[in-house]
Design a protein around this ligand. Structure first.
Ligand SMILES: O=P(O)(O)OC[C@H]1O[C@H](OP(=O)(O)OP(=O)(O)O)[C@H](O)[C@@H]1O
Ligand SMILES: Nc1nc2[nH]cnc2c(=O)[nH]1
Ligand SMILES: [Mg+2]
Length: 168
């Protein structure tokens, strides 16, 4: 499904992402004792690295889920599950597991994770209103018609001088 326009954009720099992921760590610190982080690839990989460092959690697992091709949402595919060993070691229902993603949008990915790990703690850096109720902890809410550009999806490009674009 293409996101309907007019669309706002929210570009995030590496600095800002690092600050926001640290802010997420502050919110999570003291909320629980997690035995492992499960990151939802690929977007959850970078925040998981930052949370791992800040919270001292050294066991990192992945659940590999894909649903978007650039901005088009397709069928959700679980490409790799969380290891059965980790699930068994943490009570079988996800309790004791901190699941991390970069953002929640429609909530479809989060719903699938809740189905797999019903009692996990789900944390994202950014949240849009549709997915927000499915997340336990997040940092910044953006409107549903905003597209977030992450630093790993962007590069430095030349900007024409502002005056050149003004009529005259
Ligand atoms: O709430 P939803 O509507 O499900 O959207 C959120 C998901 O979409 C993006 O992943 P994507 O499927 O693009 O894969 P990627 O992480 O590999 O880029 C993002 O990283 C979240 O995991
Ligand atoms: N980069 C990016 N991926 C997404 N997947 C679902 N919503 C978004 C978004 O706003 N930005
Ligand atoms: Mg993702």
């Amino acid at each position: 499904m293409s996101h309907p326009g007019p669309e706002k954009v929210f570009p995030v720099s590496w600095d800002q992402f690092h600050r926001d992921a640290r802010a997420l760590s502050w919110r999570l610190a003291g909320q629980g004792e997690w035995k492992a982080i499960v990151c939802i690839t690929r977007g959850g990989l970078v925040p998981a690295a930052i949370l791992s460092r800040e919270l001292g959690i050294r066991v990192i697992e992945t659940v590999c889920i894909a649903s978007y091709d650039y901005k088009d949402q397709g069928d959700l595919a679980v490409l790799k599950h969380v290891s059965e060993k980790l699930i068994a070691e943490t009570g079988g229902d996800g309790s004791g597991i901190l699941v991390v993603d970069d953002l929640v949008d429609t909530g479809k990915t989060a719903q699938e994770v809740r189905r797999l790990l019903p009692k996990c703690h789900l944390a994202t850096v950014y949240a849009k209103p549709m997915g927000r109720p499915l997340v336990d902890t997040f940092v910044t809410e953006v409107s549903q018609d905003t597209w977030i550009y992450f630093p790993w999806d962007m590069g430095l490009t030349f900007q024409p001088p502002i005056g050149k674009g003004v009529a005259g």
